[in-house]
Design a protein around this ligand. Sequence first.
Ligand SMILES: C[S@@+](CC[C@H](N)C(=O)[O-])C[C@H]1O[C@@H](n2cnc3c(N)ncnc32)[C@H](O)[C@@H]1O
Length: 389
Amino acid sequence: MKIDVLSIFPDYLAPLELSLPGKARAKGLLDVAVHDLRSFTHDRHHTTDDTPYGGGAGMVMKPEPWGEAFEALAIGEHDTIVFTTPSGARFDQRKAEELSARPRLVFACGRYEGIDQRVIEHAREIARVEEISLGDYVLNGGEVAALAIIEAVVRLIPGFMGNPESLVEESHAGDSGGLLEYPVYTKPPVWNGREVPAVLRSGDHGAIARWRHEQARRRTAERRPDLLAPSTLDDGTPIARAVPGDAPELLTLQRACWVQEALANPGVEIPALHESLADVRDWLGEWDTYVVRRAGRLVGAVRGRLEGDAWDIGRIMVAPDLQGEGLGRRLLEHIQAVAAEAATSYVLFTGAGSERNLKMYKKAGFRLRSDVPAPPGAVVLTKPRRAGA
Ligand SMILES: C[S@@+](CC[C@H](N)C(=O)[O-])C[C@H]1O[C@@H](n2cnc3c(N)ncnc32)[C@H](O)[C@@H]1O
């Protein structure tokens, strides 16, 4: 694989000389070159930025040095230009696997407020383009992101790892079933009064494999329940964790959905109809909430949280024009699948007159509980959680 990195701070990429990519280079698997973007400027100050059109804070990277650099590097249609940007798709192990199969990656490291958009459009005409974010936070420049992506990609190049088996069971690896890795131990068997779990010293490989799987599942459920859940609709639309910026649309969707509830349950007090934007923002911080967007529009949502040992499910919302297509059923399945590890049952409330909801919940295995108190006009339904669900 060939990797080029374009940056105005080439020294930042010095770690590429160190062990990991260094080893790959020695094996002839990798050819890395770091280029100073300023060498593609022609003024005395080697200027790479200018003020933004339309005003605003900060500076924007000028297009000309990038265009010249792409030309000098003879980038072609089989190459991939990776723009590191907080507005890109979030980097993950799948993307690392995908990139590890590409013959050449050219990393374009942004600085300031980012790169003139025309550079990205131009890049799409000459090569494959990936806009990748390291995560939902803002770095000062793309170099750290490029280093992280390169490290994740290079170790997947066939022939790079001394023992390729070690890639198989890692966190996020496709073969690990999407689980985080189990805890690992080495010698001595007792350290600071802490013992290595006996099963790992038992020599019983079956028992060790079962223990590791259970630990991986437990760890994933506790730390990243989203990884355990099927997180897309049948058509591939993601069911995503809600973010604070979803609050205004959630408020709108909530009002639209609960007007129908109000019509089906005359005279019943429905809190969801009266909440303010501030109320929605508040509960978003307190519940695990998931949303579905179609063509950018927020069309579905659901929330859940642990109350005692029950997983309390609520606010299943589907835009009125999309009801009857199975979206509510999928949201209900999803919120059960991401329930906290400690939950032994699921619980939800609905209006006593909401026949459509009641039908869906009963079909999903929920049972009416007249023995459990409910707010006036509402009913409670519960469902035991199956072991391992
Ligand atoms: C200060 S940031 C620019 C942020 C930009 N104004 C925005 O709000 O999207 C400067 C550069 O750092 C890099 N960068 C910052 N955060 C990143 C992230 N989460 N993932 C990848 N690159 C990032 C990008 O190359 C970006 O062009």
